[in-house]
Write a protein that binds this ligand. Structure first.
Ligand code: AMP
Length: 210
């Protein structure tokens, strides 16, 4: 059965961490627009050069640019059994484009991972991210427990940038809660629980909504 998941929620809510667990369970690709853009920046591609400064400041990349990236990715054959979108959509316009892209596919299941702003700021202040696989780690030494890669803070986790990312989330992304909120497949999840408990909540919610 095709499973098309969208992870919603503020930065630091655990979308990426959860997506990495869930892709193993359901064997569907984890599509993180943030990770794709960071790779483009690191590789110095034309896309990377276009978005680097915006990302450094915590702003949003242009809707048309990011929508094209996602449309290309969703046209790959490995998404036939479904996908796990992490970081897209982030605006109502992106959500409208996504609805058009998946019009002939199984309905989107929306996982909204809810977390307070105070908790976001607290978490991101101490977040370390693996340069190799993108896994998150908090206060766990200098190497990644998943792949052994080096851990470092994310450039856009500096406090000033986090505050801007939260503002952008509040103004541009939170309206998606209204956009999706009335759908039968919209699920609200408490992101303040332990990661394994969040995973359990998500699995239960998805199983009861599909
Ligand atoms: P993330 O890893 O999801 O926190 O994304 C990191 C950064 O990439 C964001 O702060 C944005 O600058 C950019 N980005 C990722 N996804 C999107 C999107 N759907 N729309 C616009 N910008 C995005």
């Amino acid at each position: 059965m095709e499973l098309n998941l969208v992870m919603l929620g503020p930065p630091g809510a655990g979308k990426g961490t959860q997506a990495r667990q869930l892709r193993r369970k359901w064997n569907i690709p984890h599509i993180s627009t943030g990770a794709m853009l960071r790779e483009a920046v690191a590789a110095g591609t034309p896309l990377g050069r276009e978005v680097a400064v915006i990302m450094e400041g915590g702003g949003l990349v242009d809707d048309d640019v990011i929508t094209r990236v996602v449309r290309d990715r969703l046209s790959q054959p490995d998404t036939r059994a479904g996908f796990l979108l992490d970081g897209f959509p982030r605006t109502v316009r992106q959500a409208e484009s996504l609805d058009r892209m998946v019009a002939d596919r199984a309905p989107l299941v929306i996982i909204d991972v809810v977390l307070t702003e105070a908790e976001v700021v607290r978490r991101l202040a101490s977040r370390m991210v693996c340069a190799e696989c993108g896994a998150n780690a908090v206060g766990e030494g200098t190497t990644c427990h998943d792949c052994g890669g080096p851990l470092a803070p994310r450039a856009d986790d500096r406090e000033q940038v986090v505050l801007n990312r939260l503002k952008v989330y509040r103004e541009q992304t939170e309206p998606l809660v209204q956009y999706y909120g009335t759908r039968r497949t919209y699920c609200r999840i408490d992101g303040a629980c332990l990661p394994d408990d969040v995973t359990m909540q998500i699995i239960k919610a998805v199983e009861s909504h599909t």
